[in-house]
Design a protein around this ligand. Structure first.
Ligand code: FMN
Length: 389
């Protein structure tokens, strides 16, 4: 067994719970590039064939141990492409992968860390999300992933090692989540009217718990008003911060840009007044008029805070896994979320949210969830995409 601090989700055994892990890396596939680097081709990250394979575990079900050992290397590009569809702060994609025949390593890429994120909390939440994507992709090959979190204290950038465990076909929910990978997106435009399907929120709360986090629902006018007041004050301060503004300029893309990182104009909403029931969003437009989505729309049916019991690197990785898991679960029912972390970049504001809402943990992400039809998926760098000259 792994030491307790290295297990992904202590005490819980959902389908992809980690059980054990060995060591050894023999070859590398890396994903990296400078921010804003122009792609060499326009191939979509998940090609149609790749996506079909995510849902098809037939060929892997008869695998022997020897075949199993080779399975990761044989699917390296697919696994990385699937993992890289994860959400990341400002679409920085601050991760690198190394694939060998029997293990995929996930590394952080501190060159892609935001200055507004000195502790690397948001970078690690993003990498945790990619880790969940990787685990889910391994499920699509018909194996249970075995995850070793923060395996080597001497290598801080090495965040996880993932191997294949026992053969087991993906279940129905996993397959639906895999199907949602290509169209899941962060939603910043108007929400459509309509309630959430019965039982969905309980399902998302289960997702968070299964990953070692808690999804606290902000129900009742008083709690929402408090959250709204705190986040609005934090957003006003954040929007005026010259360093944060420079960083947003660096990581947002105009409609003409071909970059496959950063947030494209097509995913940004104009800031003509904040609709009722919506938490304040970062000012991504910065008076440039680049945002292509309208504002307005119905109030989202759910507002939630994702919490972790601790506030260390392993907690941030767990928060990221929980986040991507519940976002994919929601997207499998065509429900999407707006994500809000600007207020959480200020330590005092995080504490205030926690105490004013009496939350049982450390806030890692604020999100609002609802039906939406207006946005499309954003781009990703390709596995092995080189730095542009
Ligand atoms: C840790 C983290 C923080 C984020 N913070 C915000 C935020 O404050 N505002 C926002 O609109 N989106 C936020 N996002 C969403 C990213 O901008 C989004 O994931 C990225 O642009 C990729 O787009 P996609 O999620 O549509 O694939 C955040 C995502 C993560 C993982």
């Amino acid at each position: 067994m792994l030491p307790a601090q290295n297990r992904c989700r202590p005490g819980l055994r959902p389908p992809w719970d980690p059980v054990d892990a060995g060591r050894g890396v023999t070859a590398c596939v890396r994903v990296f590039g400078r921010p804003g680097s122009r792609p060499k081709t326009l191939t979509p990250v998940l090609a149609a064939g790749d996506h079909a394979r995510m849902s098809d575990s037939r060929d892997s079900m008869t695998g022997t141990t020897a075949v199993q050992a080779q399975v990761l290397a044989g699917h390296g590009r697919f696994l990385i492409a699937a993992a890289a569809r994860a959400p990341s702060v400002h679409n920085t994609q601050p991760w690198r992968f190394r694939v060998s025949p029997d293990v995929v390593e996930l590394w952080s890429d501190p060159q892609r860390k935001l200055r507004a994120d000195p502790s690397g909390r948001e970078m690690l939440i993003s990498c945790g999300a990619a880790l969940f994507g990787l685990r889910l992709a391994i499920r699509s090959l018909g194996y249970l992933p075995v995850t070793e979190l923060l395996p080597d204290p001497a290598q801080l950038r090495l965040l996880a090692r993932v191997r294949t465990g026992a053969a087991a076909p993906a279940n129905g929910l996993e397959r639906r989540m895999l199907d949602a990978v290509p169209h899941r997106h962060t939603h910043r435009g108007p929400f459509a009217p309509g309630p959430l399907p019965h039982g969905l929120l309980a399902g998302l709360q289960h997702d968070a718990l299964a990953e070692g986090a808690t999804l606290a629902l902000v129900t009742g006018g008083l709690a929402y008003d408090r959250l709204e007041r705190i986040t609005a004050a934090a957003a006003r301060r954040g929007d005026l911060n010259p360093r944060a503004r420079a960083e947003i300029r660096r990581w947002t893309r105009t409609a003409a840009s071909m970059a496959r990182d950063g947030i494209p104009a097509t995913a940004l909403a104009s800031r003509t007044g904040r609709p009722p029931g919506r938490l304040p969003q970062r000012d991504f437009d910065l008076d440039r008029g680049i945002a292509r989505l309208p504002s307005g729309g119905a109030p989202p049916p759910a507002t939630a805070v994702l919490l972790t019991p601790g506030d260390r690197r392993a907690d941030w990785l767990r928060a990221g896994q929980a986040l991507y898991r519940l976002l994919l679960h929601a997207a499998s029912q065509r429900l999407f979320a707006s994500l809000h972390t600007q207020p959480l970049e200020d330590t005092a504001t995080r504490g205030l949210i926690s105490s004013q809402l009496a939350l049982p943990g450390h806030p890692q992400m604020l999100l609002q969830l609802g039906p939406a039809t207006t946005a499309s998926a954003t781009g990703r760098r390709l596995p092995g995409e080189p730095d542009s000259p």
